[in-house]
Design a protein around this ligand. Structure first.
Ligand SMILES: [Mg+2]
Length: 124
């Protein structure tokens, strides 16, 4: 594909181990360096310490929610590309996420195909 950017590092933020373990294995198999966080606060700390190409962020988290987490990431790196993940989000939350510049929203439950589609969107 033309102008496709390679993704070498991914930060996954989700309080559900079944989700982050699944995505971690998937992106490792895509050859990425993967870091996982279970809270937004933890994710922002990782973000301050190093650069990630992209982030997959759950909207519902304990403590700081996914949108707040993404806003903090944008303060650190305004070019941060992210996919939000949710089972519950209303259209308003998704609209707000899109206004903030997220690349897409991954609806739970999702499988390998949907996760890879989102991953590929981030390459554009
Ligand atoms: Mg959650």
């Amino acid at each position: 594909m033309e102008n496709e950017k390679s993704i070498t590092s991914v930060l996954i933020v989700d309080d559900s181990p079944i989700i982050w373990l699944f995505l971690e294995q998937l992106f490792l198999s895509e050859g990425c360096d993967v870091v996982t966080a279970e809270t937004g606060e933890e994710a922002v700390e990782y973000f301050k310490k190093r650069v990630f190409d992209v982030a997959f962020i759950d909207i519902r988290l304990t403590g700081m929610n996914g949108l707040e987490t993404y806003k903090e990431m944008l303060k650190i790196n305004p070019k941060t590309k992210a996919i939000m993940m949710t089972a519950y989000a209303t259209d308003e939350i998704i609209d707000e996420a899109v206004k903030l510049g997220v690349v897409g929203c991954l609806r739970k439950p999702f499988g390998i195909d949907e996760a890879l589609q989102s991953f590929n969107k981030l390459k554009k």
